[in-house]
Design a binder for this molecule. Structure first.
Ligand code: FES
Length: 106
């Protein structure tokens, strides 16, 4: 699967990852700016906040209670497209997903 991270500047980075890799892990491993992943993927920090493009919304895993709570603590505004990058793992269905990185993360 591949993930495209789009920066607020419009700059896009496409990354190929193994199935099961989270959006946060893929971003941090590849040095994508704006995704911090401070808690290491425990749904405890909200520094992996991303916006998923609407065309992929119905292929995403459901939002757990922990994720839902953390999404209320994001620095950038929460929208219907908001997810924690560490809680979305790549699958073949999600292949070619495009996400937007918020302008404020910490
Ligand atoms: Fe901390 Fe996702 S890495 S909430």
């Amino acid at each position: 699967p591949t993930i495209t991270f789009t920066q607020p500047t419009g700059e896009a980075t496409e990354i190929a990852v193994a199935e099961g890799t989270s959006l946060m892990r893929a971003a941090v491993t590849n040095g994508v700016e704006g995704i911090v992943g401070e808690c290491g993927g425990q749904a405890m920090c909200a520094t992996c906040h991303i916006y998923v493009r609407p065309e992929f919304a119905d292929q995403l895993p459901p939002i757990s209670d922990d994720e839902d709570e953390m999404l209320d603590c994001t620095t950038a505004e929460r929208t219907d497209a908001s997810r924690l990058g560490c809680q979305v793992k790549m699958t073949d269905q999600l292949s070619s997903i495009v996400v937007d990185v918020p302008s404020d993360q910490e």
